[in-house]
Design a protein around this ligand. Sequence first.
Ligand code: HAS
Ligand code: HEM
Length: 577
Amino acid sequence: APAGSSATGGLSNVTDAAALTGLKTLTQYYVVTAFLALFIGVMLGPLQALNYGGVNVYEYPLLKALIRSYYQGLTLHGVLNALVFTQFFISGWLLYLPLRELTQAGGARPNLRFAWFTYLLMTAGLLTAAVPLLSNDATVLYTFYPPLEGSPVFYIGAGVMVAASLLVAGQVVWTWLAWKRAHPGRVTPVVTYMSVATWLMWAVAALGLVVEVVVMLIPWSLGLTRGVDPLLARTLFWWTGHPIVYFWLLPAYVSWYAFLPRQAGGRMASEGLTRLSFAMFLVFSVPVGLHHQYADPNVQSSWKVIHMFLTFLVAVPSLLTAFSVAASLEDAARARGGRGVVGWMRRLPWGNASVTAQVLAMVSFIFGGAGGIVNASIAFAPVVHNTAWIPGHFHITVGTATTLTFMGVAFWLVPHLTGKRLFAPRAALASAWLWFGGMMLFALGMHWQGLAGVPRRAQVSASAQQAAYDAMNLGVPRALTALSGVILLVAGLTFFTVLFRTLLSARRDNPEDTAIPVSDTISPAGASLTAATPLVRHTEPLLALTLLALILVALVYGPVIAPMLANYQAVPGQRLW
Ligand code: HAS
Ligand code: HEM
């Protein structure tokens, strides 16, 4: 794709140019909604970090007036950060990028009416779910495990949000297929390839959650059924719940592969390898959910072990990615005069906030990924499961690898979409370092506490639990966790000041400021499928790979779910808050 820079991306066709301008406006809405959710979610995080530092702030009258309990705050934090922020950002990002690329390549054009309808539907779902969350009628945490029973309005709102994301997926796949019909025998452009693979993976992944919410939770919460089976509900939840983490990760990978190299002054390493990595995620992301359920009874151990091995397999495309993106960064640094085995790293453009945020996000993911492999190992899992180790793990995966990448992307994407200049680039740079530093400290404190046996999802600072917590003598990790909360508060406030001041500044429309940084490739795929390498040819049929994914999921979930259906236990709901 051409490295389109102006508002029209250099298009001569006026209708296409207008469609792309309209798409930019829509993407702004998605991105701004996402960051508004993150803002509220992030403001709650430090309170929880203080809790794990032994400081209970939940009794202060002002806070009590805003949130009723630790668990209402934690539900809002998990839902807004992990479900709302990610979904809105990704829906904008992975709608805009492929539709823009395909429109520029000719033969396909976005359907803006449909795209706006989808955004409005997703927002309606969000606002619907927000009502019971804010009124303390759905304090069920972001995993909403039954028999905890929230208001039906919450499940309906969440269901509408997920349905809207599937419509985004549908629009991207539909437009891609239209482009394929217009260009038979052509290789799919790489950004579109990555986006379509991610959306198809999400479509297979979402099936579990859709069935859980539509068939089980909504009728049950409306009082139409006697109860639900908690084990079946958890199994359907984790069918979606593990691959959802790749739905959060792959859009960051899109940036690491396609844009970051150019921003750093280098090139993507290999288009074939990039496509292989995404094809592997499409096939292997879903059939792994039982690694969240090693402790659940009534699931055969043999199936847990099979899911464990498949989990190790899905780590492979991340290892390929580590190799590829490191090669791109080295290419960039050497082009800037970098020397030595590791000395080249100094020559990366560390003054650029967008690059720095994303490279730091990658560094956090080295530790996050290693911790994930520990969690997945059935021998280690009993030591870390349900302890503070787990929030330690996911704040350096979704909380940093994903979130800090999206923040870094926002530093160029928001100027690109709005024609405005980034406000205070040095403050943007500081926010990236503070976020990274804060999250690494947080991870250290929480992993440490987890190994000592401190549970997750526990108000350990509340008077009833304080004595037991104090007796654990965890002064150092507690202090690290509390300190990290303060640093992250400063990081968050700095980032949001930069973001909102950028959004509120005047337009400048300087193409230099608003270019989209599409990278060149050291080893490209070429345009024609007949001339392409076998790797490129075999990874092209994404629909066939999706079918393969579905077959694999049926094979490893069928024998797990069938006995649960045969022994369905209708358990009545509980409201513990
Ligand atoms: Fe995880 C629990 C296993 C990845 C998120 N995970 C969670 C939960 C969340 C989450 C939210 O097996 C909590 C759910 C809950 O509330 O209960 N996770 C894994 C494994 C991976 C993994 C094997 N997780 C993620 C990602 C997430 C995420 C990604 C979000 C985005 N996770 C688990 C397990 C549990 C779990 C169990 C259940 C625990 C329990 O007991 O409850 C793998 O996909 C990780 C593979 C990653 C790598 C790292 C590759 C490194 C790269 C960076 C390279 C850096 C460079 C920088 C090149 C192998 C790509 C160069 C730098 C320069 C300066 C030049
Ligand atoms: C849970 C702190 C940002 C997603 C937690 C917990 C703490 C915390 C201490 C554990 C609570 C418990 O287990 O009782 C923070 C701080 C943040 C931050 C200080 C930064 C200011 C984020 C971000 C995300 C995120 C950016 C995702 C995008 C989550 C999720 C949970 C959680 C999904 C689990 C909620 C649950 O167990 O139901 N956070 N967090 N957090 N956080 Fe964060």
